[in-house]
Design a protein around this ligand. Structure first.
Ligand code: HEM
Length: 534
């Protein structure tokens, strides 16, 4: 099968199918060479009955921090140990690619950073990462506050309407509101396009949601039927997907043309001096076009923008959603957050400087990411044979995994591991103020803030890979600080003005997963103006 699948005479679609079949077979046959690794047998119902990451957690407690999960002929190695994860993500990052994930995302993101082949990734990462410079982030705070301001103004108008009818509270699906907020912010921050989705609907917005929906469907559907020739013409949802993709691509092409046409030497000078605060459009696209000249390939730029749009939108919306979900069950923590907001901001909007003082809000954001990591699983495929180190729990000797092995790194398991966190399922933002010692765990350095001096938010370096909300190693998220500051600003501005309660019980908020963890039917909340008159 391998020989046939790599033949250049085969049509591409057929080759892909053969590649998949070959991978399945390789995984199946390689099962034995994973030696003594514990095996969890998954029933197909585990794929559909409840989010997979819940079952992966139960099996982690039962089988240890490195185990093999077999679904019929399909096998994955599930890793929930910081020492092993550091080995995969940082120390041997280039012995792995994104495997199944790249297959799913390539039709949407092309050669964008997430699914890109290694050569393209190396070249584009070098170009894009400097676009998220600290001074760019400083300029972005105004985008975060402007968009969050639009959201709070919208809520105030709705409350005014309610007051005229004698009521004092409104009911809203905050997940949907955060989705609009995050879309507007990512549009302005990355390519200076105002979706305006907080206040209106548009075909481009619908197309973005349609594309996200399809990406999610593909990431949870077992058989990649969309690769079958003609599927894009015959299957209605595939036709719609290609229609949506065309709308977004046309929009992005227009923005790229515009950025290239309006390239000005004065802007280039300002960018070179990193004078972001005085540039009208400080977006990443502006940076990529102005600093890198007109020679950038438009198709590659479009893939880069699409990748950042998808990677930065739903993830941030999910963080805000779960932060509010957790806070709403802890009114005393809301009051503590509001006391901090009042003392740091009063009635003012946050600034780059005040974010540094909003320590409790920052810890709320990271604690929400600990309990609800987005995505809950990272996916890798070994490109060559790799010898994994022994982990903390049980698997002291480590395993040798053959080329082609598919891996799930369960960030969810790591973040709720009883071996590294006290009360792992409880929402305790304060836990990050008290760092845990390494307790002599071999190979794991424990929590130590001095390893990442000046970091505003706890990260994978401080925790030696026990906490990795943005991944780690060379393929770590490029937008981590952007997302963290954006979430801090949005939460501070929400609780500056409003009190929030869940409309129903916490149990009624059901979980579903695709690329991120989200609710089944929205996060329905009651919103009131702050009782102290703010
Ligand atoms: C990669 C999480 C926001 C752009 C990643 C990865 C994680 C992650 C875990 C690593 C994936 C892996 O190793 O397989 C998040 C979370 C976010 C967020 C939780 C929000 C709270 C953003 C934003 C942007 C962005 C705002 C862009 C503006 C990217 C890109 C990559 C990435 C381009 C791929 C990096 C590479 O492979 O070189 N993100 N992200 N993300 N993220 Fe984010």
């Amino acid at each position: 099968i391998r020989c046939q699948s790599t033949s250049t005479k085969e049509p591409k679609a057929k080759r892909n199918l053969l590649d998949n079949a070959s991978n399945l077979l390789t995984n199946f046959l390689s099962g034995g060479s994973l030696g003594t690794m514990p095996v969890a047998e998954g029933a197909v119902s585990d794929l559909f009955g409840r989010p997979l990451f819940f079952s992966l957690y139960d099996w982690f407690l039962e089988h240890g921090s490195v185990y093999k999960l077999a679904f019929g002929p399909k096998a994955f190695v599930v890793v929930s140990d910081p020492i092993v994860v550091k080995h995969i993500l940082r120390e041997n990052a280039f012995s792995f690619d994104k495997g199944v994930l790249a297959d799913i995302l390539e039709p949407i993101m092309g050669k964008g950073l997430i699914p890109a082949d290694l050569d393209t990734w190396k070249q584009r990462r070098r170009v894009i990462a400097p676009g998220f410079h600290a001074l760019y982030l400083e300029a972005m705070v105004k985008v975060f506050t402007d968009c969050s301001g639009r959201t709070t103004e919208k809520f105030e108008k709705l409350l005014d309407g309610e007051r005229s009818r004698g009521g004092d509270a409104i009911e809203l699906d905050l997940e949907a509101e955060f989705s609009s907020l995050a879309l507007d912010i990512i549009g302005l921050g990355i390519f200076n396009y105002d979706f305006g989705s907080i206040t209106k609907e548009s075909p481009v917005i619908q197309a973005v949601y349609g594309t996200l929906f399809e990406a999610e469907h593909r990431s949870t559907f077992y058989i990649p039927y969309w690769k079958i020739p003609l599927a894009r013409w015959v299957v209605p949802r595939q036709r719609k997907f290609h229609y949506d993709l065309k709308i977004i691509n046309d929009c992005l092409d227009g923005l790229i043309r515009n950025a290239k046409d309006s390239r000005q030497e004065v802007d280039v000078e300002k960018l070179q001096q990193r004078d972001y605060l005085n540039i009208k459009d400080a977006s990443v696209l502006r940076f990529l076009v102005d600093m890198r000249g007109a020679d950038v390939d438009d198709r590659q730029l479009r893939d880069d923008l699409m990748t950042m749009l998808i990677a930065g939108h739903e993830t941030t919306a999910a963080v805000l959603t779960w932060a509010v979900f957790l806070l709403a069950q802890n009114p005393s923590k809301i009051r503590k957050a509001q006391a901090e907001v009042d003392s740091v901001l009063g009635q003012e909007r946050p600034t780059f400087e005040s974010i540094k003082k909003l320590e409790y809000i920052r810890l709320i954001v990271v604690e929400s990411l600990r309990l609800y990591p987005q995505p809950p699983l990272l996916i890798r495929r070994a490109l060559e044979e790799v010898v994994l180190p022994g982990g903390y729990k049980g698997d002291k000797d480590g395993y040798t995994i053959p080329a082609g092995t598919d891996i799930f790194i369960s960030v969810y398991n790591l973040h709720r591991s009883p071996y590294f966190w006290d009360q792992p399922h409880d929402f305790v933002p304060e836990r990050f103020q008290v760092q845990k010692e390494s307790e002599g765990i071999e190979g794991w350095a424990g929590f130590d803030p001095s390893r990442s001096p000046g970091a505003l938010y706890p990260n994978e370096i401080i925790s030696d890979f026990a906490f990795l909300p943005f991944g780690g190693g060379p393929r770590k998220c490029v937008g981590d600080q952007f997302a963290l500051m954006e979430s801090t600003v949005a939460l501070a501005m929400l609780f500056q003005k409003f009190d929030v309660e869940l409309r129903g019980s916490p149990e009624s908020v059901e979980l579903v997963t695709g690329a991120t963890i989200h609710t089944k039917n929205g996060l329905w909340c009651k919103l009131k103006r702050r009782s102290n008159g703010h």
